[in-house]
Design a protein around this ligand. Structure first.
Ligand code: ADP
Ligand code: ZN
Length: 736
C-alpha cells in the first residue's frame, strides 16, 4: 500500500539563513540555502551583497522562507560554504557581548574575528613528489639521486627534494614530465605541540604557592579571574607558564596577551626554553599568508599557544582553556579606533563565555583590577620577593630645586656622578625620558614665534636625526628652517626642553667613551631591528641606554644596575583620572629594570615635587599606601571602578560646525538623575588633522546601564551626516 501518494508529499520547504557580514553593519541579511548545501549556525560562507561577493558567518539557524516577513522571491542564494571549522557558540556570544557593550555594529566585531582575509581565499596546496613505477629512459647521476631520495618514505616539496638530492628543481620537473615522479598535495603541516614537561623549573617557596593556586584554577573548567600581583623580577612569567602547562596537559589552547610587539621575541624564546617549541605569535606586522596560517591553525586547534597583541583575543580558538594578560595595567590594551575596547576587560569576558580561567599579571596592577582583587571578586595571588633573592632597587629622588642641572643640560650633577660610578664598575645605566625626538618645542629667540602644526593644536617636535619638525598627532613634518617664518631673523631658533635624542647627545658629550643605544619608536625602523637591539643590550654590548617607555616594559637586562629618570613629573598635569596611577606604574616599571640579577639596583628620579604622595610611596616602595589613596580619590569622585564613564567625541571641518553639532546633539539626551552630562566642551586637543573636536563626558553610577541610556539617546537624536562625526567611547582611557 502506498502510504504517501505522490500528490500528498509535502513540497520541500525552501530554507533561509541570516548571515552576518564583517562590515560596519549591525543587522544580518537573509540568504537562501542551496538544496545541496546544508548550512548550520557558525558556518563561514560567501554571499552576494550588492554587486560584490562577501565572506560572512551564518548567524542563526535555518528557517523556512515562508516564515520571513518579506518576499522570499527577493532572496539571493548563499554562494559557498568554506571548508573551515564553524565559528563556535562561545565566539558568537563574545561578538554579541562586545557589540552591545561597546555600542559597535556586530559586523565590525566580527571583522576583528575574521582578520585574516587570506584564510577565506582558496589557497594553492603545497605539492609533494612521490615515485611511480615508471623509470626514465635516460638516467643521470642527478636523476638517480632524486629517485634514491624519493624511495625513502616522506613526501617532500619540490624545493626540499631538490635540496636533499643536491639537484636543481629543473631535474624534478624533468622527472615529472618523464612520469617517474607524480605530484600529490602535501598534508597541512601540523606544528609539534609544546610539551608541558620539556624543561621544568624549581620554584622558590614564594613562587610555589602562586604556581599552586594558578594551576588549581587551570585544572577546573570554570570561569575564574586571578590577579598575579608580583613585584618586578619575581618570576611572574615562569609562574604563569605553569598554568599554561596545566591546560596543555588537558589538550586545550592558551592565549597570552602582551602590550608591545617588541617584547614578543623575548617571550617566545623563554617559552621555547620551557616547552621545547615556539608558540604562535599574532600581531599587526605579519604577512597575509602568516596571518592566514595562524588563523586556520587556531581555528582547527593545531596551534596550542598564541602570544599576541590585544587582537589575539578575537582569534577563533577551537578549544581555549586559558587567557593570560601580561602587564595588565598597560594603556596599550585600550583600542581607540574602529571598535573601542579595553582588551583586559574583553579578556575577562572571553573567559566568562568560554568558562575558563583568566590570569591578569602585573607588578603594578591597574586600580580597577586591584580593587577587584582586594574586594575578593578576583583571587589575589601575591609574590613579594624577587627570584634568587635579587633585591628591589633602592629608589631615591633628586630634588631638582636643590641640585639643578647646569644651563642647557638635563642631568643633575648627582645623576652624572652615579652614571660615572656605574660605568666604572662596568655595569649598564639606563636614562629614561618618556618623550620622543630632540626637543618638544622650538621658538624664535627674536620674536617668540612658536612652531605649531598647521593641522593640529600641537607644537612641532624637533627630530634631529630626521632634521625635521614633526607633529606627533598627524605625522606632519617639515625641514627645520634656517630663517624664522614670522620675523625673518636668521639662526634665531632655539629648541626648548629635552626629548630622548637630546639626552643621548648630553650622554655622548659627557661620556664620550661609553657606547650608547637610543630606544625610541622613531629611531628603530623595524621590529626585527628593535629586537636585535634589545638582545644586544641584554648581552651587555652597550654601556648606556636612553629610552622612552619602549624600554620600561618587561625587558630583562642582566647588567643594568642604574636607572635614572630625567623627568619624574612628566605627565602629571593632565585632566585624566588615571594620570597618577600611570606615572606610578611607569616609574615602578622603569626603575624595576635595575638590578634584576646579582647586582643591587638603584633608581634615581629627578623631580621638582619630591614631597607628593606618589613620589613618597615610590621612594618607600609602599605601593599599597598609594593605591589606597588613589582608591579613595576615585571613590569620592565616583570615577572608575566606582562609577562608569563614557565619552562622546564630536568632530567637524570647522569650529562652528562642531560646536553647533555638540550642543544640538546634547539637547536630545534622555533625562536621568543618575547620569551626569559634562559638556559639551572644546576638546583639549581642539584640532587634529584639521578636524575640530568637542567632547561630552557621561558619569554614571556603577549599577547604571550606560549603554541602554546611550542607545536611547542615539534613537532620539537626529542622524549625524556629512562632514559631522560622532564617536562613542565607553570606559575612555584618553581624554584629549
Ligand atoms: P617578572 O615577569 O615577574 O618581572 P620574570 O618572569 O621575568 O619576572 O623572571 C625574572 C628572571 O628570573 C627571569 O630571567 C626568569 O627566567 C628567572 N626565574 C624566575 N623564576 C625562576 C625559577 N624558578 N627558576 C629559574 N629561573 C627563574
Ligand atoms: Zn599635526
Amino acid at each position: 500500500m502506498d502510504l504517501f501518494p505522490e500528490h500528498d508529499v509535502p513540497k520541500k520547504q525552501a530554507m533561509a539563513v541570516p548571515v552576518l557580514i564583517p562590515l560596519a553593519l549591525d543587522q544580518t541579511y537573509h540568504y537562501l540555502v542551496p538544496d545541496d548545501l546544508p548550512l548550520a549556525i557558525g558556518d563561514f560562507v560567501t554571499v552576494p551583497l550588492g554587486s560584490r561577493k562577501r565572506h560572512g558567518v551564518v548567524w542563526g539557524p535555518p528557517c523556512p522562507t515562508g516564515e520571513l516577513d518579506f518576499d522570499p522571491k527577493k532572496l539571493r542564494k548563499v554562494i559557498k560554504r568554506h571548508d573551515l571549522p564553524p565559528l563556535q557558540g562561545n565566539a558568537h556570544k563574545l561578538i554579541e557581548w562586545v557589540a552591545r557593550y561597546c555600542l559597535a555594529p556586530r559586523g565590525m566585531v566580527l571583522k576583528m574575528m575574521m582578520s585574516a582575509p587570506a584564510a577565506f581565499e582558496p589557497s594553492k596546496p603545497r605539492m609533494g613528489y612521490s615515485l611511480t613505477k615508471i623509470r626514465p629512459k635516460r638516467m643521470t647521476d642527478a636523476r638517480n639521486r632524486v629517485v634514491d631520495m624519493a624511495l625513502f618514505g616522506a613526501l617532500h616539496s619540490k624545493g626540499e627534494l631538490a635540496q636533499l638530492s643536491d639537484v636543481s628543481t629543473g631535474v624534478i620537473d624533468g622527472l615529472v614530465k618523464a612520469g617517474t615522479l607524480e605530484e600529490t598535495p602535501l598534508p597541512e603541516q601540523i606544528p609539534p605541540a609544546p610539551s608541558p614537561d620539556f624543561q621544568t623549573l624549581t620554584f622558590s617557596d614564594a613562587q610555589q604557592s602562586a604556581v599552586t593556586s594558578l594551576c588549581e584554577n587551570a585544572t577546573q573548567d570554570k570561569f575564574t579571574v586571578s590577579l598575579l600581583d608580583g613585584i618586578t623580577g619575581c618570576g611572574k612569567t615562569e609562574i604563569y607558564f605553569e598554568a599554561i602547562a596545566t591546560v596543555l596537559g588537558k589538550g586545550q589552547q592558551a592565549v597570552v596577551l602582551l602590550p608591545e610587539i617588541a617584547l614578543t621575541g623575548q617571550f617566545l624564546k623563554r617559552f621555547e626554553k620551557r616547552f621545547g617549541v615556539y608558540p604562535g605569535s599574532w600581531h599587526s606586522a605579519m604577512t597575509p599568508a602568516e596571518r592566514s596560517r595562524i588563523w586556520r591553525m587556531t581555528a582547527n586547534g593545531n596551534l596550542k599557544v598564541i602570544f599576541g597583541a590585544r587582537s589575539a583575543l578575537f582569534l577563533p580558538f577551537h578549544n581555549l582553556g586559558l587567557v593570560i594578560v601580561d602587564e595588565e595595567h598597560e594603556a596599550a590594551y585600550k583600542q581607540d579606533d574602529q571598535v573601542r575596547y579595553q582588551a583586559r576587560n574583553i579578556a575577562v569576558v572571553r573567559g566568562m563565555t568560554e568558562k575558563i580561567p583568566v590570569v591578569l599579571s602585573s607588578a603594578t596592577p591597574s586600580l580597577e583590577s586591584w580593587v577587584n582583587a582586594t574586594t575578593g571578586k578576583y583571587s589575589h595571588i601575591k609574590v613579594t620577593e624577587r627570584y634568587a633573592k635579587a633585591e628591589l632597587p633602592e629608589i631615591t629622588a633628586i630634588d631638582l630645586r636643590a641640585d639643578p642641572p647646569e644651563k642647557g643640560r638635563w642631568m643633575s650633577p648627582l645623576l652624572v656622578d652615579e652614571v660615572t660610578a656605574t660605568l666604572a664598575r662596568k655595569e649598564q645605566a639606563l636614562l629614561f625620558l618618556n618623550r620622543r625626538g630632540y626637543a618638544p618645542l622650538t621658538l624664535c629667540r627674536k620674536c617668540g614665534h612658536r612652531f605649531e602644526c598647521p593641522e593640529c593644536s600641537a607644537w612641532l617636535v624637533e627630530h634631529r636625526h630626521k632634521k625635521a619638525l614633526c607633529c606627533h598627532l598627524c605625522g606632519f613634518h617639515t625641514p627645520v628652517p634656517t630663517v624664522c617664518p614670522s620675523c625673518e631673523a636668521e639662526n634665531s631658533l632655539v629648541p626648548c626642553g629635552p626629548g630622548v635624542e637630546r639626552i643621548a647627545e648630553e650622554l655622548t658629550e659627557r661620556f664620550p667613551d661609553a657606547k650608547s643605544a637610543i630606544l625610541s619608536s622613531d629611531l628603530v625602523t623595524s621590529i626585527s631591528e628593535q629586537r636585535a637591539m634589545l638582545e644586544d643590550i641584554a648581552l651587555g654590548k652597550y654601556d648606556l641606554i636612553v629610552g622612552t617607555q619602549l624600554v620600561a616594559k618587561g625587558h630583562h637586562f642582566p647588567k643594568l644596575s642604574l636607572v635614572g629618570v630625567i623627568d619624574g613629573d612628566l605627565g602629571m598635569a593632565q585632566a585624566d583620572p588615571r594620570t597618577a596611577e600611570r606615572s606610578y606604574q611607569l616609574l615602578t616599571q622603569v626603575t624595576g629594570r635595575a638590578g634584576r640579577e646579582k647586582t643591587k639596583g638603584k633608581g634615581l628620579i629627578q623631580t621638582y615635587m619630591p614631597e607628593n604622595t606618589l613620589m613618597q610611596s615610590l621612594l618607600s616602595a609602599d605601593r599599597d599606601t598609594f593605591m589606597n589613596a588613589e582608591m579613595e580619590m576615585r571613590r569620592m569622585g565616583a570615577l572608575p571602578p566606582f562609577g562608569r564613564l563614557a565619552a562622546l567625541i564630536f568632530s567637524a571641518d570647522t569650529r562652528s560646525d562642531v560646536t553647533a553639532l555638540a550642543h544640538h546633539f546634547t539637547k536630545y539626551a534622555p533625562v536621568s538623575d543618575r547620569i551626569r552630562i559634562l559638556g559639551p566642551v572644546e576638546a583639549p586637543l581642539a584640532v587634529i588633522r584639521n578636524r575640530h573636536r568637542a567632547r561630552v563626558l557621561l558619569k554614571a553610577d556603577r549599577e547604571i546601564d550606560i549603554q541602554s541610556y546611550l542607545r536611547k539617546w542615539l534613537q532620539n537624536a537626529p542622524k549625524i551626516t556629512g562632514n559631522l562625526k560622532l564617536v562613542i567611547d565607553i570606559d575612555p582611557y584618553n581624554f584629549f
